[in-house]
Write a new protein. Structure first.
Length: 281
């Protein structure tokens, strides 16, 4: 059983929702990332989503684009990100780590080499924004050979046929994009998102995570009522950007924010009864 499946099984038994914070590796400087990952776990993160800096992050809004730019100024690439995961694993062997990024750096490394290196570093899942499942057979085989879960995005516009195709290829959890547009966009229609999550859940036993646009403890609590996981990215990265000139303050501020998200998600009435079905790999 993968670390992701094990973590979601534990949460399901506890009747709790996963909190998945996102940070861009190397932002605002390489030395910040690993200590920050430990801070996020201590504050209540269940899974960590680590962004691989890329020069053309087309699915991301200005906040995360600028985070990638800050990291790239320090020459942080895929190899350095894997080194950060390896360093994180020296103290934490349990918290799942998902890499989120784009295909070009992985292709440059080579699918097989990347999958082996990622597994050796301690990566548990990979979300490649610009790789649809129809074009991913070779990559999926390499990931599964090393027990790495392929994570895929589903959009508000995904048809039932598209949902079925994606969940058939996915592992770990399915990531539903809660709004139309890029990361960091403004408003979520909670009723619409809840309805879409229900439709996705009818097609898979995998946990369903919801992200994009969740920027406050209140919004996180609302999403936790119908989703298995709450993914928070731009709201975290924005705070990092505000503290880029004073990096020593980042852990305290982000630890406090993630702890507030955790408390809101766990508050009585915030969650929903756990599902009885199990995740499939």
């Amino acid at each position: 059983m993968s670390r992701l499946n094990r973590r979601f099984a534990q949460l399901r038994q506890q009747g709790r929702r996963a909190l998945i914070p996102y940070v861009t590796a190397g932002d605002p400087a390489p030395g910040v990332t690993v200590p920050l990952l430990h801070t996020l776990v201590a504050a209540g993160a269940d899974v960590l989503e680590l962004g691989v800096p890329f020069s053309d992050p087309m699915a991301d809004g200005p906040v995360i684009q600028q985070a990638a730019e800050r990291a790239l100024k320090h020459n942080v690439g895929l190899k350095q990100v894997l080194d950060m995961v390896r360093a994180f694993r020296e103290r934490d062997a349990e918290t799942p780590v998902v890499l989120m990024g784009y295909l070009n750096p992985i292709e440059a490394m080579g699918y097989r080499h990347f999958a082996q290196a990622a597994a050796e570093a301690g990566v548990d899942g990979v979300l490649t924004v610009d790789l649809p499942p129809e074009e991913a057979d070779g990559f999926l085989a390499d990931l599964k050979r090393h027990d790495i879960d392929p994570i895929f995005l589903l959009a508000p516009t995904s048809s039932p046929e598209r949902i079925a195709r994606i969940v058939a290829a996915a592992g770990g959890f399915v990531y539903y994009v809660s709004l139309r547009g890029v990361t960091g966009a403004a408003h979520i229609d909670m009723n619409e998102v809840a309805g879409k999550v229900k439709a996705i859940r009818a097609a898979t036993a995998l946990p369903v995570g919801v992200g994009f646009g969740i920027n406050s403890p209140e919004a996180a609590a609302q999403v936790a009522r119908f989703a298995d996981a709450v993914v928070v990215g731009s709201a975290i990265v924005k705070r990092i950007a505000e503290l880029a000139a004073t990096p020593d303050a980042i852990n305290a501020v982000l630890g406090g924010f993630v702890a507030a998200l955790r408390a809101a998600i766990d508050a009585p009435g915030a969650g929903r009864p756990a599902r009885k079905t199990g995740a499939r790999a």
